[in-house]
Write a protein that binds this ligand. Structure first.
Ligand code: SF4
Length: 214
């Protein structure tokens, strides 16, 4: 059993399909403090859970020191919990904010207590699709680069797919080929998690200016 904890909904990426993100000045923007996160993990452990899946937005102010301190605090309090956190987009964002390479970022996060990398943000691993639904987010090759580096460090990873927005059937096939090729070339995917785009919760940008037919 695992628990999803979303440490912040503040995100610079502002993907067009996303109903979760808020701008920093929004009334309902939030960021959880360490104690609130620890309390959620304690509840997970009390219920017999073994894995934490922590993801958030691409916060403009959270560099690597924030996550090193947080992950070290989690590992010291809950050493039995698998810390499965930070999608490739978050890892890339932290690297960019901190002036580090992806390798350096993953090494430091791993050392601090990050065990494995969730494959969130893959959506469809075809850039023409990504340009429509999440134009500010990393491209598919950057997503793959983070997963390759994680695998080289011996960290388990997962792969996801969000389908049902504007992609064509061939884009889904390309996505599957790319995941398979990554795995065949030394990848460490332990799961493949596809889910459907939820039209009813699409964000306000898309509701007002649909980029694909609804
Ligand atoms: S990066 Fe994630 S949290 Fe941010 S807008 Fe895109 S889907 Fe939402």
């Amino acid at each position: 059993m695992d628990r999803n904890v979303n440490y912040t909904n503040i995100c610079e990426s502002q993907c067009r399909f996303c109903a979760f993100y808020r701008t920093k000045d929004a009334d309902d923007a939030y960021m959880l403090g360490e104690e609130a996160i620890f309390a959620k993990i304690a509840e997970l452990v009390q219920q017999g859970g073994t894995q934490l899946l922590m993801q958030g937005g691409l916060h403009p102010d959270l560099g690597i020191e924030f996550f090193e301190k947080l992950f070290a605090g989690i590992k010291s309090r809950f050493p039995q919990v698998q810390n499965h956190s930070l999608s490739p987009a978050e890892v890339t964002h932290i690297a960019s904010l901190s002036g580090l390479t992806i390798r350096q970022t993953l090494e430091r996060l791993h050392r601090a207590g990050l065990d494995s990398i969730p494959g969130g943000g893959a959506e469809i691993l075809v850039d023409s699709v990504r340009q429509q639904i999440s134009p500010k987010k990393i491209g598919w090759q950057q997503w793959a680069a983070v997963m390759r580096e994680a695998a080289l460090l011996g960290m388990p990873t997962t792969a996801t797919m969000m389908f049902g927005s504007c992609e064509q059937a061939e884009d889904i096939v390309e996505h599957l080929f790319r995941v398979r090729e990554l795995q065949a070339s030394g990848g460490t995917f332990t799961a493949f998690i596809p889910w459907t785009y939820q039209r009813e919760t699409r964000n306000w940008v898309e509701r007002q200016q649909p980029v694909w037919s609804i």
